[in-house]
Design a binder for this molecule. Structure first.
Ligand code: SF4
Ligand code: SF4
Length: 563
């Protein structure tokens, strides 16, 4: 696959490309960037949902009562799109049961619960001194075993995105560009910004590992908005430091004027390369692999240090937090525990959001845990996230369409979502909607457009799942019918065979019976013959005796006249 060379080191000021739509909400990022990354304290209990990522839930491999060490695998990936889960600290497994999880619906799901022992003892770790000695497929396997998922918020298992034509010959997806997403466009969130500022070397090392795996033939681009000068400087210094190492000189930091949502994967790809990922397609379809900076740093930890993904940097912010901050927190830590460290005031909190104000969802239960995808906890005051006024009728102003970064028609989608016309929604590419909320943000009628799209997507997925289930049931029913018919046919065949055999036997018996009757008839015939012979002998004897008497005494011989 070949693509236009769009960004190379030969161009000192890397080119960027315009993208459709986008909005400029207030950033509110400075609140949480005032200090360095903090370490969250160890909670007494860690709650690890088996489903923290897109794909199938992991399968627990520990039992209640087991002792576990920090970093020990406690749940295995269950299928290709699934992720391993590891104990974030040492302790005892005290439950494997449904617990409240961070989800917009407030639902419960199966979780492994670890009571920490305070020791925080690691299991043995196996780092790699020189990852270049390992085959890309081995590195991908290690990334999978380390349970790494996308840390930008989507939570897709990382290893799956790394399978390209270089690592699996059957795939016709040659990659020419590796893009690292350092674009954190959603208001309030600064987790990636501080990571790049403080751990740029870790990021560059992770990028070099990815280069070794993917072998991008053209370039490696780190996309960062120009409102993050410290992060850009730190990355460039780290690249310079790694200058003589393979691949380092091919890494370019591309800064650009940001807008929301320029950090969306498709939007960033278009900004940096001018290429459009086709509807329903993947970045690999246009020769690109894209990974978030946090994910890249986690890849470094997994390969170089042998550490699985057990913690992440989360922004804890909002006016209901006295000390907004970025904190490195163990996955599974209860949100209440993390909020407490940031001076959370429940009374001042109007709305607690996981994620940012545009794409996040409201949490009603602070006992739910931090998961791999938790990039932000926003404890917002009433002034920050006021209750929106009631929605009014659509005035067909078209502002939503102008704001849409995916070039969709939000107004039409809204009508069809309301009338549940799912076919029309799919025709209008509802599933290209990245749920950025830009349309809702600009709508003068304050219609919660994105909520309609989310609900419609869920309905369509459910409908499709039901159709799939019904289809499978039909296939199973038909297979059963065929089996029953086959068995019936086999029985009938056997019955016919038995009848044929019986007939043949009968025929044989009849034929064979004649042979058996012969001796009887012969015996009868013999008896008759014997009897006839006896009679004949007796008559002969009488006749002889009579003739002898007549010869000696003719008077004794009765004559015909005498009779
Ligand atoms: S922005 Fe709101 S009011 Fe305007 S067309 Fe879109 S849905 Fe209608
Ligand atoms: S939420 Fe969807 S429809 Fe609305 S602007 Fe974003 S991508 Fe477009």
């Amino acid at each position: 696959m070949s693509h236009t060379l769009s960004n190379t080191l030969s161009n000192n000021k890397p080119k960027t490309y315009p993208t459709p739509g986008g909005v400029h909400p207030p950033q509110n990022k400075s609140q949480s960037t005032g200090g360095p990354i903090q370490q969250a304290s160890l909670p007494t209990e860690l709650v690890l949902p088996l489903s923290q990522h897109i794909g199938a839930p992991a399968k627990a491999i520990v039992a209640v009562g087991d002792k576990v060490l920090k970093g020990q695998c406690i749940a295995k990936a269950n299928g290709n799109i699934s992720a391993y889960i590891h104990a974030p600290s040492s302790g005892d497994v005290i439950a494997i049961e449904p617990r409240a999880i961070p989800h917009a619906s407030g639902m419960q799901d199966n979780c492994i619960v670890i009571k920490t022992d305070g020791e925080d003892n690691w299991c043995a770790l196996q780092g790699c001194e020189d990852f270049r000695l390992l085959a890309p497929s081995d590195l991908i396997a290690q990334i999978r075993l380390a349970g790494i998922t996308g840390l930008g918020g989507a939570g897709f298992p990382t290893a799956v995105k790394l399978i390209t034509s270089d690592t699996q010959a059957s795939l016709n997806k040659a990659i020419d560009t590796l893009i690292i997403n350092g674009t954190e466009c959603e208001p309030y969130i600064t987790a990636d910004d501080v990571l790049m500022r403080e751990r740029a070397q870790q990021v560059i090392s992770g990028i070099q590992i990815l280069q070794h795996i993917i072998k991008p033939s053209t370039s490696t681009l780190i996309g960062v908005e120009n409102n993050k000068p410290e992060a850009i400087a730190a990355l460039e210094a780290a690249i310079a430091e790694a200058g003589s190492e393979p691949g380092a000189s091919n890494i370019t930091v591309v800064s650009f004027e940001g807008k929301y949502p320029s950090g969306g994967e498709k939007q960033l790809i278009q900004t940096l390369t001018g290429r459009e990922v086709p509807s329903g397609g993947l970045p690999a379809d246009v020769g690109i692999v894209c990974q978030n900076v946090g994910t890249v740093a986690a890849i470094h930890d997994a390969i170089v240090l042998g550490k699985p993904l057990i913690s992440r940097i989360t922004t804890v912010t909002g006016q209901a937090c006295a000390q907004p901050q970025n904190v490195e927190v163990l996955i599974g830590s209860p949100i209440a525990h993390v909020l407490a460290q940031a001076g959370f005031d429940a009374d001042a909190c109007h709305r607690l959001v996981m994620g940012g104000p545009m794409m996040g969802f409201t949490l009603t239960d602070t006992s739910v845990p931090i998961i791999k995808a938790t990039n932000c906890l926003l404890a917002a005051s009433e002034a920050e996230l006021p209750t929106p006024p009631p929605a009014q009728a659509c005035i067909r102003c078209g502002m939503c369409a102008e704001a849409c970064p995916a070039s969709l028609l939000p107004q039409q989608l809204y009508w069809y979502a309301r009338s549940k016309e799912y076919d029309k929604l799919e025709e209008l590419n509802l599933f290209d909607c990245i749920e950025c909320g830009a349309c809702s943000y600009v709508c003068p009628s304050t219609i919660p457009l994105v909520q309609y799209y989310r609900a419609s997507k869920a309905d369509i997925r459910e409908h499709k799942a039901e159709m799939h289930k019904a289809e499978q049931s039909k296939v199973r029913f038909e297979a059963r019918q065929q089996r029953l018919e086959r068995e019936e046919q086999e029985k009938a065949d056997k019955r016919a065979a038995r009848q044929a055999a019986a007939k043949a036997k009968l025929a044989a018996a009849q034929t064979g019976g004649e042979q058996e009757l012969d001796p009887v008839q012969a015996a009868i015939a013999r008896a008759k013959a014997k009897k006839a012979a006896k009679v004949a002998a007796a008559e002969q004897a009488i006749a002889t005796a009579t003739s002898e008497t007549a010869a000696t005494n003719p008077a004794a011989t009765p004559t015909d006249e005498a009779n």
